[in-house]
Design a protein around this ligand. Structure first.
Ligand code: CDP
Length: 224
């Protein structure tokens, strides 16, 4: 049931948010989860968790059998955002994420999370297309590569690190190409996704726009 209790729903609210690196989907997902009283899963952390587990144990990132084993062993409850958010882990995660055997192992866990009351917001690359194609609301969040690189650069500097803007931009473009170009579950909007271009929007504006879409969906009822 939605947080305001005004509309009775036959199933828990499920919101799918997809988009490329540093598009703002994570912040949006966290705020929507808080607004509607839902659980939140950043599915990028699951791919990051697998990549980090391999790196930490000195195992290769390109062995599918080893990577699948690490994916099956992953505990969603033990994902440490601070450690996994490190910029280099994202690059390693996108290499692990191209492997077809890794994805279903993580998708099973993500779907179990999504199905747990009281409903959830999941963000990633394939939530609206593969993980939760039946989601009530699907958002596809984009921003230009330059805007995303600037955001990521600011994040790193604000965290006390130092980063090279040109390197970050190159990394974002490389990761976009890998995520959009892979054969299995490429990054793309679902046919029924709402496009949210945040290139010239601050987070508050993006959040308000997303709330409008969710509220409209809730007011329209379950639709099933
Ligand atoms: O935060 P950022 O957008 O940089 O990356 P992330 O969301 O943590 O995801 C890291 C990598 O995991 C992505 O580049 C994708 O290759 C992969 N990923 C995926 O394949 N499917 C998802 N549902 C989420 C992430």
């Amino acid at each position: 049931m939605p947080a305001d209790g005004t509309t009775q729903r036959e199933h828990d609210l499920l919101i799918a948010i997809d988009g490329p690196a540093a598009s703002g989907k994570g912040t949006l997902a966290r705020r929507l989860a808080a607004q509607y009283g839902l659980r939140h899963l950043d599915t990028g952390l699951t791919y990051r968790g697998v990549a980090k587990a391999l790196v930490d144990t000195g195992q290769p990132l390109d062995d599918e059998v080893i990577a699948e084993r690490a994916a099956r062993a992953l505990d969603l409850g033990a994902l440490d955002r601070t450690v996994l958010s490190e910029h280099g882990v994202g690059e390693a995660a996108s290499k692990v994420a191209v492997m077809p055997a890794v994805r279903p192992a993580l998708v099973d866990k993500q779907r179990a999370f999504a199905a747990t009351p009281p409903g959830a917001v999941l963000d990633g690359r394939d939530i609206g297309t593969v993980v939760c194609p039946h989601a009530d609301v699907k958002l596809y969040v984009i921003a230009s590569p330059e805007v995303r690189a600037t955001r990521r650069w600011r994040e790193i500097e604000a965290g006390g690190g130092s980063a090279d803007y040109a390197e970050i931009l190159a990394d974002i473009e490389r990761r976009d190409a890998r995520d959009m170009g892979r054969a299995d579950s490429p990054l793309r909007p679902a046919d029924d996704a709402h496009l949210l271009d945040t290139s010239e929007m601050d987070i508050e504006t993006a959040f308000q726009a997303a709330c409008k879409l969710v509220d409209a969906r809730m007011a329209a009822g379950n639709g099933d």
